[in-house]
Structures are given as C-alpha cells and as structure tokens.
Design a protein around this ligand. Structure first.
Ligand SMILES: [Zn+2]
Length: 453
C-alpha cells in the first residue's frame, strides 16, 4: 500500500471548492455533467497537444489539430484516439509527463502491477484533490467521516521502511495517528496472537473496515471462532480484489454491516462507488468513463466491455482513453433508487487476469457469478492448466452437499457455454502463493495462446 501523506493532498482551497461542487453535482442533470466534462476535457487536450511528447506525436499522426478543438467537438475528437494500452505507458512513462509537469507538483508512484512488472505513474495536485474528495463522498455515503477510526486489512508484508509500525504483545501493526488509521497484515494473524490484535481493535474501535476481501473473511472467522465479538465495524468497504458472493455471505454473517464496494485506479483516472441503495455510481467529475468493445466502440446497455478511462485532473501525466484492462457492464439511462443523478455502471466484472479461455478462442470473465447463491463455500479458486478443463479448488462446510455441488457445476458449465469441464478438488485451506491480492482465477493458458488480447 502506498503511504498516505497529508501534505500531498492538503490544498485547503481546492479541497473545499471540490467538496462543495461534488455535493451539488449529485443532483445535476445529464447536460450539466456533459458541460462540466467539456469544460475540463478541452483544456486537457490542448495541454496534451502542447506539453506532452507522446500526445504531441500522436495528435500529429492522426491529424488532430488543436486549433480546431472546441467545446462542441471535444468528445468526438477524444474518441478518435486509439485506446492507450498499459504496456505503452509501462515502456515509456516519461513520454506521458508534461514538459511543464513540475508546476502540478507530481509525485512518482510505483505499483507492482498484476504481472509483476512495475509501473510508474504520477499523481499531481489536481488528481490528488479529486481522489480525496471522491473517497470522502464514498465514505459520506457509507456514514463515515474523515477523522474517525478505520482499519485497513490486507495481505501485505510490513518492512522497516513502513513508518508508524507498532507492536502490542504479539500483534504487529501500523498505527497512523495523523489519519486515525490502523493497518493489519492478515498473514500475520493466527489463533495464538489473535487476542493481542483484538485488544488493539477494542482500544481504537475502528468504525470502517476496508481491505482485501480474503483478509476480511479470515479475520471475521477467526474472531467468531474465538468468541471475540465485541468489536464490529459499522461499514465494510472491500478494495483491490473483487468481492465474491460466498465471501460476502461469510463476512455479513459475522459483521452485519453494510458492504459497499468501490473501484479506483492507481493511475487516478476513474472512480466508481456503491451507494447504500446498491447502485454502482460513476463519478463523472473525476473522469470520462467508456465501456467499449475490442474495437474501442461503446457497447450497448447491458453488454460487457473494457472499462476505458480518461482522468480529467492529472495534468502532470495525462492518460487519455486508458484501457484499464478491467471489464464492466454498461448501464443505460436508468436511475438509482437513492435519487442521485450520477450515472451508473451495472457491474465491474473483473480483470483480464481473471479470465479463463477455451480452445475456440473464447474468453470468459466474471466466473464468480456461477457461485451466486451457493451455500457452504468458504473459499474457492479456479486453476486452468489447459484449454479443455478447469480445476475448482473448494474449502467447504457441511452445508455444501451433493445438490449444491451439482448446482455449482451446472452454473459453471452454463457460464462457459459448456466449452470446458470442471473438476472439484476439496481442500482444508487455500493459501495464496505470494502476499498481495488473492487470485481467484489462475489461468496458466496465456491470452496469446488463444489469439485474443
Ligand atoms: Zn444510488
């Protein structure tokens, strides 16, 4: 996790202005959102055409002339750009840095990346303010105020470089008093040292719990088994990994708090969040979000496509039509029951890394939907070694009987149009191979084997 430093975000005037704008915007009309985005996209494209080496070259190549850009045509001009692939950014991050980038106070952030190859991105003043205000909006919806105590729960190795590292008995954790946060590494928690962690929880009583679903599930079960149930979070917000139905059921059983999901990117160019009515709202002030097919064309409502994001506030390192490599289902113009007019995305399905593949070149994501409504599953993982079959590792309770197994198998078969077979393997536990995100789908059939991206 990247350490939160107040100084990177503490621009009081900008924060106050953005905060009030985002409160008003929750009830804007579609025209007002459109107008807001045009007002920010136009200067961003002009800036790219003058200051950012990658876009100076690209605009020339495709004949996008800055002189002809205006508020009316700026969205059409944006859609003329090819999707930006992560590998292009990874290969030459400096080419995306504005020549006058220092004026925007950029800070380099290196992420490990899902493939293990590091990716360096830059956060600047504008994008940091938008990020903090978006997180604040999400937390406000969740009934949580900045300054109240929260717990981060992840599978992450602590190092000596971690500031605020603290111990209490056998518990080792991070306590950042400046933002009233705790962070536990779930890999370090076991039955023996659990009481020490529990005392830390009772001392700070975190109101909000966020982190990796796998880590949350582990702590919930450990606390319940040990009868340590006095502390309960008021709201749970999973991050980084997709939250699967069976995990949600387990977590809710121990902690009957609302579970609200959100989606963000280290690249700072998109933000979506669930409101208590369950709608997954896109934050249009943050950036322009498109759901597109392999050719970069918008899909129809109800269809699945790539989530493509253009952040409107990062002038130090602008990324236009960035392919997140995450998949989502587009919504139409339906409205959420909460009354907010912020647009919706029907669902975020998963990452390209979460896909399985078949011999005829098809690619299937969102495999967790097959687990919807199944009882008695504590953990699951899909492992694909070849293009004909998938091994389903399961940790189950007695509730998972023959009938549940048959229904799960049928749902899996339907999900992949019966192109693959599934073998169930029952385990006592499923451990992740390396700290970090838990991989629910491990496919060792690389996408190039199928000829598809
Ligand atoms: Zn809503």
């Amino acid at each position: 996790m990247i350490e939160f430093k107040i100084a990177d975000f503490f621009y009081l005037k900008d924060l106050a202005r953005t905060y009030w704008l985002m409160r008003r915007a929750e009830h804007w009309t579609a025209e007002q959102f459109h107008s807001y985005q045009a007002d920010h996209l136009l200067p961003l494209l002009l800036h790219c055409s003058q200051q950012v080496p990658y876009y100076i070259d690209l605009f020339k190549k495709i004949g996008l002339s800055p002189e002809r850009l205006n508020r009316e045509n700026v969205f059409d001009q944006l859609r003329r750009l090819p999707l930006l692939d992560k590998e292009v950014l990874r290969a030459a991050p400096d080419r995306f840095m504005a020549r006058n980038g220092q004026a925007y106070r950029p800070k380099a952030i290196t992420t490990s990346g899902t493939t293990g190859t590091p990716l360096t991105v830059f956060w600047d003043r504008g994008s940091n303010v938008m990020e903090l205000c978006s997180m604040q909006r999400f937390w406000r919806w969740a009934g949580f105020r900045i300054g109240q105590s929260f717990l981060d729960l992840r599978s992450r190795v602590f190092t000596d470089q971690d500031r605020h590292l603290t111990t209490h008995g056998r518990a080792r954790y991070i306590r950042n008093w400046k933002i009233n946060s705790l962070e536990f590494n779930s890999d370090l928690i076991d039955k023996e040292n659990l009481p020490d962690y529990y005392q830390v929880l009772l001392r700070y009583r975190p109101r909000l719990l966020r982190g990796h679903p796998q880590a949350m599930q582990k702590l919930a079960l450990l606390l319940q088994e040990s009868g340590l149930t006095e502390w309960k979070p008021r709201v749970v917000t999973p991050t980084s990994e997709a939250l699967y139905d069976f995990q949600k059921a387990e977590i809710s059983r121990v902690w009957p708090a609302p579970i609200l999901d959100h989606y963000g990117l280290k690249e700072h160019n998109a933000f979506f969040a669930q409101c208590p009515s369950g709608g997954y709202h896109i934050f249009p002030e943050y950036g322009i979000t498109e759901i597109v097919n392999d050719d970069g064309v918008a899909v129809q409502p109800g269809e699945e496509g790539w989530i493509v994001a253009t952040g409107l506030h990062n002038f130090a390192q602008p990324l236009l039509r960035y392919n997140t490599r995450d998949r989502g289902v587009a919504a139409g113009d339906e409205r959420c029951g909460c009354g907010r007019t912020l647009p919706l995305i029907r669902s975020v399905i998963g990452r390209i890394d979460d896909c399985i593949y078949t011999e005829n070149g098809a690619r299937y994501s969102g495999m967790h939907f097959a687990f919807f409504g199944r009882r008695g599953i504590q953990k699951a993982r899909l492992i694909q070694e070849n293009l004909n079959s998938v091994q389903v590792e399961l940790v189950t309770t007695p509730e998972f009987d023959q009938q549940e197994a048959e229904q799960l198998r049928e749902a899996l078969l339907v999900k992949v149009n019966r192109q693959l077979s599934f073998t169930f393997v029952y385990r006592d536990d499923i451990r992740q191979e390396t700290p970090g995100k838990f991989k629910f789908v491990v496919s060792r059939c690389r996408p190039q084997d199928t000829g598809k991206p």
